[in-house]
Design a protein around this ligand. Structure first.
Ligand code: APR
Ligand code: PHB
Length: 392
């Protein structure tokens, strides 16, 4: 039997960052992760950080490599049929830029920081289960190397992603769930080629496409695909050809192709479970909400949750003040819903839906034309794309 103040279920970005911040503030915690560290580190996810996320990582001592390798952008471009490139200029409208820096690198930085500080991360934990969240003495049980273990704690942080056990351990009748599926997926590849200098979304009658990057020698590209597609049906040549067909010729010609080093298909989903608290269990990150990747909000939301939750726990232990802890769910959800709406909207604006008629595509193009003409419309989009500021 072990004892800690905060037991953190899940060692993804949310769980690791929470652990790191709590530790910096003298709140001891243990992370329990079901997969191996190698597996967690090999996961490739999105790679665009809001300025608020960058500030937060820097202020927690995690900015060194990020400042060296992360690439700042004034915003993200949109292209569509017969138009000039349109920049969602977060720099111009909000004074804040966006930084291309992969979640894989962030996870590496977080593990390095936890190791340096002697943080306890138990990996390959099986059958992780939270108990007694509505009492003053919650605990978490799991099996490690064939032995049953138990961690007694004051609080449990459910940072175990969409498929985790934390949300599922909350009685369904105490939760509101909002969910939307989309009738397509994203086919992604990583290639060791020089990326385009900009991050560019394309709306095209063949479907959505995205050009992104990880560093000077690593590119990330996506195309909208059928939900039933299999990566085996998408050899590299076919991928590159389809990708280029969805961008205007000058951009397509500038795309450097090469062998893929990773290829995957992911479905798109919007999901929110609220409230994000049940007794002494708090949900953070993908455990409570999912956004479709259009907008790259998933990781940034996980970080804003951690910002609010860590503040609540630090105020509780340091100042005996529960205002922030009690306000956590409402405060986090305000930001989450803004990003949910933005991600849903950008997904609808930029993709081709199977039952689209000519009217749908024409109104989409009208909205894009409006955005390119109206400073007011663009300022509103840029403000949300940059991510709303954290609340005091
Ligand atoms: N017990 C312990 N750990 C678990 C369990 C469980 N029952 N179930 C899942 N986990 C672990 C997963 O193996 C994973 O390492 O929890 C971690 C959750 O990490 P993420 O899924 O990356 O979620 P989160 O930390 O909230 O980060 C959100 O990830 O999905 C992307 O776009 C999303 O970028 C965003 C970020
Ligand atoms: C990425 O680089 O992986 C990326 C960028 C922008 C998005 C989604 C993903 O909207």
């Amino acid at each position: 039997m072990e004892k800690t103040r905060v037991a953190i279920i899940g060692g993804g970005p949310a769980g690791l960052l929470l652990s790191h911040i709590l530790d910096l503030n003298g709140v001891d915690n243990i992370v329990v992760e079901q997969r191996s560290r190698a597996y967690v580190l090999s996961r490739i996810r999105a790679g665009v950080l809001e300025a608020g996320s960058v500030d937060m990582l820097r202020s927690m001592g995690l900015g060194e490599r990020l400042d060296r390798e992360g690439k700042p952008h004034d915003g993200t471009y949109i292209v569509w049929a017969g138009s000039e490139k349109l920049l969602i200029d977060t720099k111009k409208y909000t004074g804040r830029d966006m930084t291309a820096y992969g979640q894989t690198a962030i996870t590496e930085d977080l593990y390095a920081a936890r190791d340096k500080a002697g943080g306890q991360i138990i990996d390959e934990a099986e059958n992780v289960q939270p108990y007694d969240m509505t009492t003053d003495a919650p605990y978490v049980t799991f099996t490690k190397d064939g032995k049953e273990r138990r961690i007694d704690c004051d609080y449990i942080a459910g940072c175990d992603g969409f498929h985790g056990v934390s949300r599922k351990s909350i009685p369904a009748d105490l939760m509101q769930v909002y969910e939307k599926g989309y009738p397509f997926g994203w086919l992604a590849i990583m290639s060791e080629t020089a990326p385009l200098s900009d991050i560019i979304y394309a709306n095209h009658e063949r479907g959505f496409a995205l050009a992104s990057q990880r560093n000077e020698r690593l590119s990330r590209y996506y195309i909208q695909c059928d939900l039933n597609d299999n990566v085996d049906e998408w050899p590299d040549d076919r991928f590159w050809e389809e990708l280029k067909a969805r961008f205007p010729k000058d951009i397509a010609d500038a795309i450097a192709t090469g062998p893929s080093i990773e290829k995957s298909i992911a479905p798109l989903r919007s999901f929110v479970a609220e409230p994000m608290r049940h007794g002494r269990l708090f949900l953070a990150g993908d455990a409570a909400h999912i956004v479709p990747p259009t907008g790259a909000k998933g990781l940034n939301l996980a970080f804003s949750d951690v910002y609010y939750l860590s503040r609540g726990l630090i105020e509780h232990y340091g100042k005996n003040n529960d205002t922030y802890l009690d306000g956590y769910s409402d405060m986090a959800l305000r930001r989450i819903w803004n990003a949910e709406r933005l991600s849903w909207h950008l997904t609808c604006l930029l993709h081709k839906f199977p039952d689209d008629d000519r009217f749908d595509q024409r109104t989409r193009e009208d909205e894009l034309a409006y955005l390119s003409k109206s400073e007011i419309a663009m300022a509103a989009l840029a403000e949300q794309y940059a991510g709303l500021p954290f609340e005091d």
